[in-house]
Design a binder for this molecule. Structure first.
Ligand code: PHE
Length: 448
C-alpha cells in the first residue's frame, strides 16, 4: 500500500494539478471580465480565504484520516450512520458530468496547439469562424483530438498513483509554472500591463451585480476541485504525519496565484491589442489566437506555449476527476487498477461523445433538451447543483457529524485555538449558508 502513496511534495503537486485547470486559465479570466474585474476578484479572493480554504482543509483531513475511497471514508469516520453514507457516491456522478464536457474542451485545446503551430487566424472575425467551424461542423477533428486527450488521461490513471499521477504531475506542473512565468515577464513589458492590473484589482462597481457574488463563490469551489471527492481521494494516498493545514494552504495559494497570473497575462495582451475584456467563453479560443497572430513570430511561440500550458493544466485536472471513481472500484469492487480505469473510462468517454455531438449542427436539435444542449446541461448540473451539494455534505459531515475530539486532535497541532475556532465557524455556518444560497440562485429558486 505504502509504495502506492504520494510523497508530501507529490501530493501538493497532484492536488495543485487538480485545482489548476480550465477553471484558472480559461474560466476565471472571462468571468472576471464579464463581471467587471476588480470587485469580482476581491470577492473571489475573500471566498477562497473564508470558505474555500476551510473546505479544502476539511477534505484533506477526511482523506488522510481514513485512507480509503470517498464513500468508505464517510462510513469509517461515522460508523453509526453507516447506512446513509453510500449515497455520498453521488459525487462520482458529479465527476462523470464534469469530465464529459471538460474532456471535450481539452480536445479543442489539443487542436489549438496544432493551429498555433501551423496557421493562426489573422483577425477576430476569422478566428470566430475557425472556432465555430470546429465546434459545429468539424466533428471528425473534434473526435480525433478528444480521443487523443482521453487516451492520455486513461493511460496515466491506469499506471497508478505513484507511477502515473504523481510522475505526470511532477513534470507538467513545473512546466506549466515556467511557461506562465515566461509569459508574465513578456506581458509586463506590454503597454497593456498596467491597464490589466488596474482592471483586475481596482474595484469597478458598474458591471458588478449581486449575482456576481454567487458566481465568485461557485467558482471558488470549482477551481479548488471541492465537493466531488477529488481532494478526499488524493488525500487518502497521503502519508501520515504531513502537516495537512500547511499542505492545503500551499495548494490553495498556488491555485489562486496561477489564476491571477493567467488573468494578468491574458488581459495585458487583450488591452494591448485594444480589445475589450468582457467577451465571454470565447476569450481564449477566439480573441487570443487572433491577437497572437497580430504579434508576429513571437506571437506564434506565445500561442503554442499558451495552449500547451492550458493542455497541461487541464489534463492533470481531468485525471483527478476520474480517479475517485477508479479508486472506489479498486477498493470496494476489488477490481485491478487497469480494469477499473478502463471500465470507468469507457463510460465517461461515451458520455463525452454525446456532449461533443450536442454542439454540432447535425446533432444539436436531437441533443438539446429545454434551453440547453447536453454539453451545457452537463456543465450546469455538475457545477451549479452537484458540486455545491458535495460541498454542503463535507461541511455538515465535518462540522456536525464527526467526533469533535478527533477533529481537534488532528488539527490543533497545525493551527492555533483561535484559527481553529474561525475554521469551525466557516465549516459549520459560513460554508453551508453561502453554498445553499448559490444553489438556490443558480437553479432559479431565489433571485438575488
Ligand atoms: N479545479 C479544476 C479546474 O479549475 C476543475 C475540477 C473540478 C477538477 C472538480 C476536479 C474536480 O479546472
Amino acid at each position: 500500500m505504502h509504495k502506492n502513496r504520494f510523497s508530501r511534495v507529490g501530493f501538493i503537486l497532484a492536488a495543485a494539478g487538480s485545482a489548476v485547470g480550465l477553471g484558472n486559465i480559461w474560466k476565471f479570466p472571462y468571468i472576471a471580465g464579464d463581471n467587471g474585474g476588480g470587485i469580482f476578484v476581491l470577492v473571489y479572493l475573500a471566498t477562497v480565504v473564508l470558505i474555500g480554504m476551510s473546505i479544502f482543509i476539511a477534505e484533506v483531513f477526511l482523506g488522510s484520516n481514513a485512507h480509503k475511497d470517498a464513500v468508505s471514508t464517510f462510513e469509517v469516520l461515522a460508523p453509526s450512520e453507516k447506512k446513509y453514507w453510500k449515497y455520498s457516491g453521488f459525487m462520482f456522478l458529479t465527476g462523470v458530468f464534469i469530465l464529459s464536457f471538460y474532456s471535450v474542451v481539452i480536445g479543442w485545446i489539443f487542436n489549438y496547439v496544432v493551429i498555433a503551430a501551423t496557421d493562426l487566424p489573422t483577425n477576430v472575425t476569422e478566428a470566430q469562424s475557425v472556432f465555430m467551424n470546429l465546434l459545429k461542423e468539424d466533428t471528425f477533428t473534434q473526435l480525433f483530438y478528444y480521443t487523443l486527450a482521453f487516451s492520455v488521461i486513461a493511460y496515466t490513471i491506469s499506471k497508478g498513483v505513484k507511477n502515473g499521477i504523481e510522475r505526470l504531475n511532477n513534470i507538467l506542473m513545473p512546466a506549466l509554472i515556467i511557461i506562465l512565468l515566461i509569459m508574465l515577464v513578456y506581458s509586463m513589458r506590454l503597454d497593456g500591463f498596467f491597464q490589466a492590473i488596474q482592471f483586475m484589482f481596482y474595484p469597478n462597481v458598474e458591471k458588478f451585480h449581486s449575482g456576481s457574488v454567487l458566481i465568485a463563490v461557485g467558482h471558488a469551489f470549482f477551481t479548488l476541485s471541492l465537493g466531488m471527492a477529488t481532494i478526499i481521494s488524493y488525500a487518502a494516498s497521503l502519508d501520515k504525519n504531513v502537516n495537512i493545514v500547511k499542505a492545503s494552504m500551499i495548494v490553495v495559494i498556488m491555485d489562486t496565484l496561477i489564476a491571477l497570473v493567467a488573468g494578468v497575462i491574458i488581459f495585458s495582451i487583450i488591452f494591448n491589442a485594444g480589445e475589450e475584456p468582457g467577451q465571454g467563453a470565447g476569450l481564449v479560443f477566439i480573441t487570443l489566437p487572433a491577437i497572437f497572430y497580430q504579434i508576429g513570430a513571437i506571437g506564434n511561440i506565445l500561442a503554442i506555449a499558451f495552449f500547451i500550458a492550458l493542455a497541461f493544466a487541464a489534463i492533470t485536472s481531468a485525471i483527478s476527476i476520474l480517479e475517485p471513481t477508479v479508486m472506489y472500484l479498486i477498493e470496494r469492487r476489488k477490481m485491478s487498477r487497469k480494469k477499473a480505469t478502463y471500465s470507468v473510462a469507457v463510460v465517461f468517454y461515451v458520455l463525452g461523445i454525446f456532449a461533443l455531438l450536442s454542439n454540432t449542427s447535425s446533432f444539436s436539435t436531437l441533443l438539446t433538451f429545454g434551453n440547453k444542449n447536453l454539453f451545457d446541461w452537463f456543465d450546469f448540473i455538475s457545477a451549479s447543483i452537484l458540486l455545491p451539494i458535495g460541498g454542503i455534505l463535507v461541511a455538515i459531515f465535518v462540522g456536525y457529524v464527526l467526533d469533535k475530539a478527533l477533529l481537534r486532535k488532528a488539527l490543533l497541532p497545525y493551527m492555533s485555538e483561535t484559527v481553529y475556532k474561525i475554521w469551525l465557524f466557516s465549516i459549520r455556518v459560513l460554508a453551508p449558508v453561502a453554498i445553499t444560497l448559490i444553489m438556490l440562485k443558480e437553479i432559479g429558486v431565489i433571485k438575488i
